[in-house]
Design a protein around this ligand. Structure first.
Ligand code: NDP
Length: 258
């Protein structure tokens, strides 16, 4: 019997890798930026409004000894997404990983939902993923290598009341990703989906306390997730330890959707 040390799960080194992360200024995106930077990757991240947060994060990442470009870029603007990809590749020489994380909620019962709330959520969450992925895909195909991780949600699998716009956008991401995974697999480009449950970020902190308590009762692990836990899953999916995983939809929800 072997009583030696159990080998730790060693994450692949991301030195000389380049990652684009949308919505990097806060929450899960920020945790991904820091996790990949600590693993040695050069980071390009986008933000929409949070210029101050983005600037502070940019400085924090550079102190880790890797390159970092914060881009003010609305993912709804296709031309701006193209700029982000072009400038990232010009600066770092290539693109290895795209994490489509930017997203918003505008929850309301359908009977009360203004058309603008439908359009804003679908155009940002699903349209944004089309825009960034469309802008980056040629680079990946030419390199014959790439990894795309799309941030969906449990809401896109199970549906949640008052989230018809959000659930539709997040379910759309799953269909988009499965289709693309089959389309680009022959070019050694992998596409996977991460579906968080409730993660402690501004998005979830905006919920009323009684609603948060109600949610906690239904989570088998009895707590919200941390952004860093989602970032760790992204690190794994982007690493060569996940080299045979594509077209997958992976929940990270403390057992909520079991
Ligand atoms: P946050 O609200 O904390 O952060 C959202 C990020 O997206 C910010 O960096 C924001 O930039 C950026 N963003 C929003 N709209 C745009 C836009 N039009 N263009 C570019 N960037 C934009 O969200 P979370 O970290 O909680 O969520 C991240 C992702 O994870 C989202 O896709 C969300 O749907 C998904 N998710 C989150 C869950 C959770 O429990 N937190 C659960 C399931 C899924 P800025 O700061 O500049 O506005």
């Amino acid at each position: 019997m072997y009583f030696g040390e159990i080998p730790k799960l060693v994450m692949s080194n991301f030195q000389d890798k380049t990652v684009i992360i949308t919505g990097g200024s806060r929450g899960i995106g920020k945790a991904c930026c820091l996790a990949f930077a600590r693993a040695g990757a050069n980071i390009a991240f986008t933000y929409n409004n949070s210029a101050n947060d983005a600037s502070l994060l940019g400085d924090e990442i550079k102190k880790l000894g890797v390159g970092c470009i914060p881009f003010k870029a609305n993912v709804r603007d296709y031309n701006r997404c193209r700029d982000v990809v072009r400038e990232t590749v010009d600066n770092f020489g290539k693109l290895d990983i795209l994490i489509n994380n930017a997203g918003i909620t505008k929850d309301k019962a359908l009977v009360m939902m203004p058309i603008a709330d439908w359009t804003d959520v679908v155009d940002t969450n699903l349209g944004g993923i089309f825009n960034m992925t469309r802008a980056a895909i040629t680079t990946f195909l030419k390199q014959k290598e790439g990894c795309i991780i799309n941030m969906s949600s449990i809401s896109g699998i199970s549906g949640l009341p008052r989230q018809t716009n959000y659930s539709a956008s997040k379910a759309g991401i799953i269909g988009f990703s499965k289709s693309l995974a089959k389309e680009v697999a022959a070019y050694n480009v992998r596409v996977n989906v991460v579906c968080p449950g409730y993660i402690n970020t501004d998005m979830v902190n905006a919920l009323q306390e009684n609603m948060r308590n109600e949610i906690l009762k239904n989570i088998p692990l009895k707590r919200m997730g941390a952004s860093s836990e989602v970032a760790d899953l992204c690190l794994f999916l982007a690493s060569n330890k996940a080299s045979y995983i594509t077209g997958e939809v992976i929940k990270i929800d403390g057992g909520l959707a079991v």
